[in-house]
Design a protein around this ligand. Structure first.
Ligand code: AMP
Length: 196
């Protein structure tokens, strides 16, 4: 049985960094980022990767079936039982698709959806910092101010509905991402460990 945590947060919230540190600290926990998995496929140069890149470079969401396949295969292939996935769900459609899937699957137990919350100002500062790093050599096609606002809007539009859905199921946990990295990590790690 896979014990799953979904982690959501605005671009620049730090969700991927937080979750990857937690996985590094704990050998019984593994972490996958939807953005990183999609970028890996892009990096492979496959036809699927080319299709994915056409969405990522615009800051748009990749189609439902692609992202569902990506996370389901990550969960199934995870080498340990506790799985953190950040970057999903990002739409009401994705949330509903996953809900149906988890109901059918005996193998997945969704323990919580963690929202890493930051203000839009902080998110913007962090993304623009990353855009400067990207110019210095890191590879992300979507860390620019133009694409930032599209990504932010895509994140915030369905957020209330997603929050309401998981609050109703008693699964939503909000963590402030505006504090120092170590503090956010400690908070999230403590929460995850309290649930497993
Ligand atoms: P991230 O690294 O989480 O900011 O994701 C980078 C990009 O990957 C997003 O802007 C989307 O184009 C794509 N992506 C990541 N997660 C998802 C998802 N759950 N659904 C659709 N597209 C996604």
């Amino acid at each position: 049985m896979k014990k799953l945590f979904l982690i959501i947060g605005a671009p620049g919230s730090g969700k991927t960094t937080d979750a990857s540190i937690i996985a590094k600290n704990n050998e019984n926990i593994v972490h996958y980022s939807t953005g990183d998995m999609l970028r890996e496929e892009v990096g492979s140069g496959s036809d699927l990767g080319k299709e994915i890149e056409s969405y990522i470079s615009k800051g748009a969401l990749v189609p439902l079936q692609i992202i569902v396949n990506t996370i389901v295969s990550a969960i199934n292939q995870a080498p340990v039982d506790v799985v953190l996935i950040d970057g999903y769900p990002r739409s009401v459609e994705q949330m509903n698709a996953f809900d149906t899937l988890v109901e059918k699957e005996d193998n997945i137990d969704l323990l919580s959806v963690i929202e890493v919350r930051v203000s839009q100002d902080i998110a913007k500062e962090r993304i623009l910092g990353r855009a400067a790093d990207a110019k210095a050599g890191e590879e992300r096609s979507d860390d620019s101010i133009e694409v930032f606002w599209d990504r932010m809007k895509i994140y915030t539009d369905p957020l209330e509905e997603i929050q309401a859905f998981y609050t109703e199921k008693n699964l939503l946990k909000v963590i402030s991402g505006e504090r120092a990295l170590e503090v956010v990590v400690e908070d999230m790690e403590g929460f995850v460990k309290s649930k497993i």
